[in-house]
Ligand binder design. Structure first.
Ligand code: PEP
Ligand code: MG
Length: 749
């Protein structure tokens, strides 16, 4: 950058800072700033356009255009040259503006007198706040350095807008993070909550934007970057055994941390007058703006990496750690881009709700949120950019909607909804001690699904009769290393104790597919859901399964033990797994340890093939539990994790119900106890259909026990069976409409 321009840009920034430090209203400040920029850049016009709402830009201050146009001239996003800058997030430099595509003449401004146009976006961390424009009468083409200087000024303006420096009576002048915003994501865990935002990674606040001594500032940046490089190298060293993907991310970090282009651009910004941290943030803002335009997932990931790296550097430069000293609010709703399951468990029940920008329904964090019964919304795009610590927030986990800084009317409507839910909960609580006995007299046993210790208190609270599915793999997934046998014994003992004599069906490790243990090497599989998972791994690598079975036997301490194997696809697999368990029983006997007083060995029926197993399979098992989540995905060939197809097929399709009916009949013939433990068992109408087919044990998440019991008690299962039989006879494809109208006609409790 030429010396003249460099000092000019620095001088401008310093003046800008001084102007902003002076007392005054938002409008006064903006007026002073446009005057300052026009004088400093020797242009005839300088104007600031700010967003009034997501779609409309408003002329908020000008030097050179007609003053009467201020707060009157408005443009839609993409309209005219100003709208084009806002839409693209990129500068636009035109010596002959009226000849440009999209030029829109606005007579009220008197701009026809001006020929050249330079507009740069006012953006902060990828968020468009407005456009800064300079114009001149002569056909002047602005140099790259001038464009850069104007961008630097726009960056400072963006920060100041954010800090409320221009807050005034007019809505376009209020800082953006004050408006209500609604996010439509996906439901990760049902339920509703109202509270205050608690950012998992609080944003770094930059207060010094302008430097007085570029040399010292560049030195500070260099020191920060070398500290950053050291920390990335340390991460690399610590990750030697970690999985490939994590190492790839770190490699990308290292590459960015050593990127000369990145460094050069930041040094350039400092020479133009920005502080080291503002220079980092300028880069970060531009990367985020690019992020929004990049459809390629790989490139998006890399830009995310760069963003993370910039955050680390900002923390080094400002000394602001994650701990900001702020107190977590009582009604905290966690907002994060993504979060690991162990970190989420650390927060535990202190959270009212969780909102993630990424994350999927099947992610481990979602599993933990479900276990903790905390409403969760995933895929709430851009929420971490929008939300500030302490903002009011409403989470509708059932609909997958989040209201940030909601209007009072939205909050009131929402509170009504919560009140109704609370009333319903109170009604369900009254049913706690009552059986799920239908009007026809048939009883259905309702059990709950669990996976971590934190689940167990729900056993008493929900009124469940036992734990129909204990997902043992969660314990393995939440750690960084393989648990030892003694640790498992202690855990399973605590689980049984907490169950207070109620039956717990422990499912052996169901890993593979989406459940990946960070410390276990796995082959890359083309289709992991149909790959090497669950009992298939247990049978091929018996070490971990044997260790787990030993722990289960010991934890039974001479009491009853129920074990089931996941994803059994053929009778042979069940027999082989049972043999391993029996060998471990023998071994324990040899060692003189007490043996379970009653041993039940079951299989999860999760693949259609097992429904067609030989008769003697049904006699060989002590019990069968239908894993409806997997059974359904394999039956319909629709990936349960894939949003595009996940909801496409219905449990109440007669085809699927016929498969379940077949299993019910075969178990009845063999006298084998049968339960259903997929998520559908927790949906009242679906549960009613299952009970109508003859299932007498359903296992579900604890929060579903009350609603399912309530419906079963009001219904008559013989009538439900009749509806199913008629529908089948008439060739109806889906039972849901008929069952819903039956439920609608039932008397209220
Ligand atoms: C199922 O597949 O229905 C099941 C209960 O197991 P998971 O959801 O853990 O795969
Ligand atoms: Mg399953």
């Amino acid at each position: 950058m030429p010396e003249r321009l460099e000092t000019q840009s620095r001088r401008l920034l310093r003046r800008l800072r001084d102007t902003l430090a002076e007392p005054g209203e938002g409008q006064e400040r903006l007026d002073r700033i446009v005057k300052l920029i026009a004088a400093s850049m020797q242009t005839d016009v300088c104007s600031i356009y700010l967003f009034r709402d997501a779609e409309t830009l408003e002329l908020c201050a000008t030097r050179g255009l007609k003053r009467g146009a201020v707060h009157k001239t408005r443009l839609k996003l993409g309209e005219g040259l100003v709208g084009r800058v806002a839409r693209s997030g990129k500068p636009l430099n035109a010596a002959d503006a009226p000849a440009q595509r999209g030029f829109r003449y606005m007579p009220e401004t008197g701009e026809e007198r001006f020929s050249s146009f330079l507009g740069v976006p006012i953006q902060r961390l990828g968020e468009q706040l407005g456009v800064l424009v300079v114009q001149s009468k002569n056909a002047r083409s602005y140099s790259d350095d001038e464009i850069y200087a104007l961008e630097v000024v726009a960056m400072v303006l963006a920060e100041m807008t954010e800090l409320g420096a221009f807050a005034g009576a007019d809505s376009a002048l209020t800082p953006l993070h004050k408006n209500p915003v609604t996010f439509r994501g996906n439901s990760g865990q049902e339920g509703t909550a109202e509270g205050q935002v608690w950012l998992h990674e609080p944003r770094v606040v930059i207060t010094n934007l302008v430097n007085d001594d570029p040399e010292a500032e560049v030195e500070r940046l260099r020191q920060g970057v070398s500290q950053l490089r050291v920390s990335v190298d340390e991460l690399m060293r610590a990750a030697t055994t970690a999985d490939k993907e994590y190492r790839e991310v770190l490699e990308a970090y290292r590459m960015f941390a050593h990127s000369r282009g990145w460094m050069k651009r930041m040094e350039h910004s400092i020479e133009s007058g920005l502080s080291a941290e503002a220079a980092v943030e300028k880069e970060q803002s531009e990367a985020r703006a690019r992020l929004q335009l990049v459809p390629d997932p790989y490139l998006r990931d890399r830009l995310h990496d760069l963003d993370d790296l910039a955050n680390r550097l900002l923390r080094i430069l400002t000394g602001q750690g994650r701990e900001t000293g702020a107190e977590m609010p009582d009604r905290a709703i966690l907002v994060a881009r993504s979060i690991g399951p162990a970190e989420l468990l650390d927060y535990g029940r202190r959270l009212r709700g969780v909102v993630l920008e990424e994350g999927s329904i099947g992610s481990h964090a979602a599993i933990v949120a479900r276990a903790l019964a905390i409403p969760l919304v995933v895929q709430a795009e851009r929420i971490t950019t929008e939300a500030l610590n302490g903002d009011s927030i409403i989470v509708d986990g059932t609909a997958g909607i989040v209201h940030l800084r909601p209007d009072e009317s939205v909050a009131v409507a929402f509170r009504d909804k919560i009140a109704m839910e609370t009333q319903a909960l109170a009604r369900f609580a009254e049913l706690r001690e009552m059986p799920a006995q239908a009007r026809c007299g048939t009883r259905v046993a309702l059990h709950m699904n669990a996976g971590i210790m934190a689940d167990l208190p729900s056993l008493q609270g929900s009124g469940a009769e036992g734990v129909g599915l204990f997902r043992t793999e969660l314990q393995f997934l939440l750690r960084n290393n393989m648990p030892r046998r003694s640790e498992l014994v202690a855990l399973y003992t605590r689980v049984s104790e907490a169950a207070g004599g109620k039956r717990v069906a422990f499912r052996t490790l169901d890993i593979g597919s989406d459940k990946v243990m960070p410390y276990m090497r796995r082959p890359i599989e083309p289709n992991p859901a149909m790959g090497w998972r669950a009992v298939r791994i247990g049978l091929d690598r018996t070490g971990v399964m044997r260790m787990q079975l030993q722990a289960l036997i010991r934890a039974a301490r001479g009491g009853p033990l129920a074990v089931m194997f996941p994803l059994v696809s053929e009778m042979g697999e069940f027999i082989a797994a049972r043999d391993i368990l029996m060998r471990e029983i023998e071994r324990e006997r040899h060692l003189g340890h007490p043996l379970p007083s009653k041993l039940e060995i079951g299989a999860m029926l999760e693949t259609p093939s097992l429904a067609f197993a030989p008769d003697n399979f049904f006699r060989a098992v002590d019990f069968i539990s239908i894993g409806g989540n997997d059974l359904k995905q394999f039956f319909f060939a629709a990936d349960r994790e894939n949003e595009l197809v996940r909801r496409r097929y219905d449990t109440l399709a007669l085809s699927f119900l016929t498969l379940v009916q077949n299993i019910v009949d075969r178990c009845a013939e063999a006298g084998t106890p049968l339960s259903f433990c997929g998520e559908d068992a927790g949906r009242p109408v679906d549960a009613l259909a299952l009970a109508g087919l003859g299932l007498r044990t359903l296992s579900m998440r604890p929060a579903s026990v009350g609603p399912v019991k309530d419906l079963i008690r009001r219904a008559d299962l013989a009538e439900v069976a009749g509806i199913i039989a008629t529908a089948r006879r008439q060739g109806v494809e889906n039972l849901r409409p008929r069952l819903l109208s039956y439920v609608d006609g039932l008397p209220r409790a």
